[in-house]
Ligand binder design. Structure first.
Ligand SMILES: *Cc1c(COP(=O)(O)O)cnc(C)c1O
Length: 455
């Protein structure tokens, strides 16, 4: 029961904070968890309760909640130069250095970077770049954006239109010109008797068909997360990117990898496109770009797109776009340190070391009679709850099974997230094997309790 005295943190949160992406019945039942601080992969609430955060904040706090190097980098930069923009031919030295570093760690031979404050804005910016570029090259009709059902690309009007989730219909979205292809989730969408290779071929054929129906000359670009994140941790079917990329290339459609979650180590390589063996035309980065210590997003343009955009901008003497805080010096200083921490202080190695333990833990829980599948890559994983394992039939939505599991986890001192009927885990890269065990032990007790009620 929440503490509902008027001065409680829970009541004060309710009184003046408008919740986003929050299950309101759960808040009514249980109250908001108001947090004060964190230590390693743990966070603490106003009542002194400790939670292991199995989701590393929102996928982003990969170095934990108190990394001294990151707070030092922030403090030092605040002392040196606490804010500046990147307009009118000026930018901070930190911005220059971060772009150099991002180009160096990108999979591209050459790259240019444009900064935003969030992943949504980075996708939004990339769409505007494509519209601008195609119009400048004499193809003003190349405006349609292809994404997939269940994709998550953000919440601005454009990036929400790219997101392939039904909840956006409450806003009258998607906007026209945003087209959603099928979700390449073989376990859920493969048909009776269809092999995974046949499924992948069907996904590729659908892309061909949509391009033929719409006309390649009307399509601006194709955006994809290497592993869908907020759609429920959905790795692509085998060979998916190898099947679709040649089709896009044939029709001159840029492939943009939305690596907001998969970038900087989540899948065990620096980039998800490396894990899946494809080369995109541009990369969208955010979340762990700053290890969650600063709001920042980036569009990283590969050589072809950056040359074409340079030419388009030169033709009208500027690219008329940017945010007040684009390339913020403190954010850039933090990102420079975060990249160093992830790539050079053993965090990616730890992702690789922990991955087998993580997969073992997921696979063990997937043996339960109400878990239909486990899936994942690197340190992002999900367990899909089902009423019937053989038919893959989901639970009745009114039972809110995954929500109940997440709440039971909270009672155990574990934070994890319900997504559809799946439970998602994406812990910090600094986790120890003992903390991994703690995470799965707590999750198992929660799952067992809920399945005893509903299974
Ligand atoms: C979180 C996310 C976004 C949106 O980032 P915000 O910073 O929340 O705007 C975009 N794409 C992907 C893949 C994400 O996971």
């Amino acid at each position: 029961m929440p503490d509902d005295s008027p001065n409680s943190w829970e009541a004060r949160a309710d009184a003046h904070s408008f919740y986003g992406f929050t299950d309101l019945p759960t808040i009514q039942d249980r109250g908001t968890i108001v947090l004060t601080h964190g230590k390693g992969p743990y966070v603490y609430d106003v009542h002194g309760r400790e939670y292991l955060d199995g989701n590393s904040g929102l996928w982003n706090m990969v170095a934990g909640f108190d990394h001294p190097g990151l707070t030092e980098a922030a403090k030092a930069q605040y002392d040196r130069f606490p804010g500046y923009h990147a307009f009118f031919g000026r930018m901070s030295d930190q911005t220059v250095m971060l772009s150099e570093r991002l180009a160096e760690v990108s999979p591209f031979d050459r790259a240019k970077v444009f900064y935003t404050n969030s992943g949504s804005e980075a996708n939004d910016t990339m769409v505007k770049m494509l519209w601008f570029l195609h119009a400048s090259e004499g193809n003003p009709n190349r405006r349609k954006i292809l994404t997939r059902l269940n994709a998550y690309h953000g919440v601005t009007a454009v990036s929400a239109s790219m997101t392939g989730k039904p909840y956006n219909s409450v806003f009258g979205l998607p906007l026209p010109e945003f087209i959603h292809l099928s979700c390449p989730h073989y376990w859920r969408f493969g048909t009776e008797g269809e092999s995974e290779a046949q499924f992948t071929a069907r996904m590729a054929q659908e892309l061909e068909d949509v391009i033929a129906r719409e006309g390649a000359e009307t399509i601006a670009g194709f955006f994809a997360e290497p592993v869908m994140g907020a759609g429920g941790v959905i790795p692509p079917s085998d060979g998916y990117f190898q099947a679709i990329q040649p089709i896009l290339q044939k029709h001159g459609i840029p492939l943009i990898a939305d690596e907001v979650i998969t970038g900087f180590g989540r899948t065990g390589e620096t980039w998800g496109c490396e894990t899946y063996g494809f080369m995109p035309d541009a990369i969208i980065s955010s979340k762990n770009l700053t290890a969650g210590f600063f709001p920042m997003g980036a569009v990283i343009l590969g050589p072809a797109l950056s040359d074409r955009l340079d030419a388009a901008a030169e033709a009208i003497e500027e690219f008329p776009h940017g945010f007040t805080a684009s390339g913020h010096p403190v954010g850039c200083a933090i990102a420079l340190k975060a990249i160093d921490v992830v790539m050079n202080e053993g965090l990616i190695e730890n992702v690789r070391t922990l991955t087998p333990l993580f997969e073992e833990g997921l696979a063990r829980l997937a043996e339960k009679k109400n878990i239909g599948e486990w899936r994942g890559k690197g340190l992002m994983g999900a367990l899909e709850a089902v009423k019937d394992k053989d038919t893959k039939m989901p639970f009745d939505g009114s039972l809110s099974v995954s929500e109940r599991i997440a709440n039971a986890c909270t009672d155990q001192g574990l934070i994890c997230r319900p997504l559809g009927q799946a439970i998602v885990l994406c812990p910090a890269f600094i986790l120890t094997p003992a903390q991994m065990d703690e995470m799965f032990a707590k999750l198992e007790r929660a799952i067992d309790g809920v399945f005893a009620e509903v299974g």
